[in-house]
Structures are given as structure tokens and as C-alpha cells.
Ligand binder design. Sequence first.
Ligand code: GDP
Ligand code: IMO
Ligand code: MG
Length: 441
Amino acid sequence: MNIAVIGAQWGDEGKGKIVDLLTRHVSVVARYQGGHNAGHTVNVGDAQFILHLLPSGILHAGVRCVIGNGVVVDPVALFAEIETLSRQGIDVGDRLLISDKAHVILPYHRELEVLAEARRGDRKIGTTSRGIGPSYEDKVARRGIRIADLGDHSDDGPLAAAIRENVSARNRAVGGTEVDWRVVHAEARSVWPRLESWVGDASLFLARAMDDGARVLFEGAQGTMLDIDHGTYPFVTSSNGTVGGICTGLGVGPKAIGGVLGIAKAYTTRVGEGPLPTELHGDMGDQLRESGNEYGASTGRPRRCGWYDAVVVRYAVRVNGLDAIAVTKLDVLDALDAIPLCTGYRYGGELLTEFPSNGAVLAGCEPVYETLPGWSRPTAGVRRYEDLPPEARSYLERIETVTGLPIAIVSTGADRADTIVVRDGLIARWQADAAVPASVL
Ligand code: GDP
Ligand code: IMO
Ligand code: MG
């Protein structure tokens, strides 16, 4: 059974850690959307790896990693990431396959993004300045440059024409010193020799691998609430991190997706602007940020923190068809003697239990909390469910009740080993299917 790992909140839920944990049961890990706006952290002993564009499965020798057509690729950032990994002892070698249809991020995309954010003023999105949005804009406007196009080495071929046109649009938009399209063209072409051996038909590769019995893990970036269609628009990223993005972003059919695991922290965070109904301002927000080390893995920006929002996670269950959830960072709540959990929103005189699809309604919502007792002792590093304090178990069981889904995994620390596989369910079924002993996880 192939499995998808998808963020159920606003990103940074700990997807990297869970993907890494599950990778030992698969032979292929595939990214289907986003780009190097993602920052997926994996801690193994004293070593820390942060994956941006490469699937987190790259850390496991022998695992093939796919960057699908739905991803936007900055070749320079990709090379830098590969070099960092190589310094850390991870060799990408021939394990990477980049879809020839993936779109490329070039320097003018970053410039246009910075300009667009500045023009938005107070309405800025708080993007990562990686050029993600403008590259997807070019794709949808049908003027984008795809990975395979970089192999066109003629001076006046389609690549030159596209870059000339796009740079001239950039010069009109940005003003100031004009960029010479020939320089951009030369740089874009120069990456090809290094890139070429990794480029191919990702859809065909996946189809053949699955026919041969390979098990695939689909690694989502960002999260449900940052999805271009289902997130808190316009404060979202420019791709579909929700489950549908797997089919369009890799060229696989829906039946290829055997199980969908949603990842959610034991509380909520978001980085950048936009609504966050359970946001905590003041000391409690600072406390969560510090105990959770809530600073962006890509940009270092402080993350906004709030209580667990079951309305949001229930929404993620619905739009992704989640089969189970993983709860991460339970240990971050260790010091609290009481923990509020949001189960609905008050809107005017009404109680809403479903996430409003209308932004204006959301803006008028007040979270409704129930408060559960804290456990005021460490869960950090606990690896067996029965070793959790009873209050921590009650908190988790309440999450299961209010989200309507079983919890498959609880994470109690950043390290790969600080993990509890809760009980039968998605992961156990998956293990059985993979003929991997349950003790492995
Ligand atoms: P991703 O983008 O979803 O992969 O998540 P990030 O890597 O951006 O952010 C999650 C952060 O939490 C990383 O620094 C992880 O090392 C860390 N982390 C993951 N799980 C746990 C956990 O259970 N406890 C603690 N304390 N940290 C965790
Ligand atoms: P991972 O995969 C958290 C946010 C940005 C901004 C909005 C749009 O690590 O969970 P963009 O640069 O994508 O146009 O920015 O989306 N954002 C993320 N927030 N985790 C991420 O990725 C994010 N990727 C983008 O902060 O609010
Ligand atoms: Mg992240």
C-alpha cells in the first residue's frame, strides 16, 4: 500500500520527521508540489538534516526520490541542497528523478515576488521570497519554463525566446536597472549538464516502479490550510498540498494512493500572515514558541502559535480523506497544567463546527474551547503509549473523539526514535502489507 503524508494545519507539522520514520518501509519517496519554500527537519542522533526541495526519503540509502511535475524547481537551490547533504555524508547519486515537466524558478521570479509583497503593503502574504508564487503564475499563464526546456542550447530557440519575453516583462514591472536576458539565458543553460542525468518522465517511472511492486510514499509540503484552493486564501501558497495534488503533481491515478496520514501538532502554528483563529498573543504564545522552538526551518521567522484547533483538523480530514492522524510535539505541552482545545467557533449567535469556506465569516469567528487537565511532567522521549501520563492519554483520546479519526503516531521529540506507534490502524496495516515486523517502528 502506498501512503501519503499530508500536513493537516498550516505547515511545519513535523512531516519531515514522520516521512523519515516511514521511509524504511518504502523504496520510493515522491514530492508532488511546492518547492524550496518547504523546510522539513529530520533529526537522527546528533545530526540534523533540513530538506527543502529533495524528498525527505533521500536520507535513506537505496531509496529513490522523485520530484514531480507539480513541484517548482530552483536549480541553484537544488544544487546547494545537494552539496549541504553531501557535506553531511548523504550522497544523492543517481537516486533522484526530476520530472521533465516540472517548472523552473529563475532569479526574476524572486524579484517579482519581493515586489508584489511590497506593493501589497499591509495585505502582504508573508511569503518565503523563494520565487514560488511567480513561477506557478508563469505556469498557469502558459509562459513558464520547464526543466526539459533547459536542455535547449540554441541561441535563438524556444528557451531563449521564453527568457527574453519573461525578462522583458520583469524589466517593465521592476524598473530600475534592466536585467539583460542573455545573462539569465546563459545562467539557465549552464545548469543543464549537471541536471540532465536526473531528468526524466516521473509518471512513467512511478507507474513502472509500482508495477514492479515498489511501495511509494507521497510527501506533501506546506499544509491543508496553505493549499491554493482549500486554504485560507489569499494567505496560502500557490500549489495544492492537499491530496488531489498527488495525482496532478506526479501523474498517478487516485487508486495509487492507498492510505492518507495527516500530520498535526498537539497545538497549532503558522508562519506568515493570515487568519489563525486560536492564535495566542502575549506570554502563552511566547511560551509555546520557545518550548516548541517555533522558528521557520526555511526562513528562521518566528512562528505564530495557538491552541489545537479541531475544526481545522476535521476540515483536513474531509478535504484529504485522511485515514489517520499523527500528533507531533506532544512534549511541548509538558509544562502546562491546563490545555485548552478548540472544538468549534462562535459566529454571531451561532456555533460552527465546520471550518467556514467564506473568509469574511472566518474573520468573525471566535474559538470555543474546552479545557483539559495538563500532565505537568515530561513526555519528552516517551516511546510507549502506556508510559504516557493519564492526562496526556486523555488529551490524545479527546483529539481522536473531536476529529473522528484514530491517532496512528504520537511524536514526543524531534529525534527519529522519540515516537509512539499508537495501535492497530493505518500504520499497522501498512506494516503487515510490507511484511515488516511491527517492532521495527
Ligand atoms: P515540516 O515542515 O512539517 O517537516 O516540519 P518542520 O521541520 O518545519 O518543523 C517541525 C519542527 O519540530 C522541526 O524542528 C522538528 O525537528 C521538530 N519536531 C518534530 N517532531 C517533534 C516532536 O515530537 N517534539 C519536538 N519537541 N520537536 C519535534
Ligand atoms: P513546510 O513544507 C509553513 C507559507 C509562507 C507564507 C505562505 C506563502 O515546511 O511545512 P510561499 O513562499 O509559499 O508563496 O508563501 O505559505 N509557507 C509555509 N509555512 N511551512 C511551509 O512549508 C511553508 N511553505 C510556505 O510562510 O505564509
Ligand atoms: Mg517546515
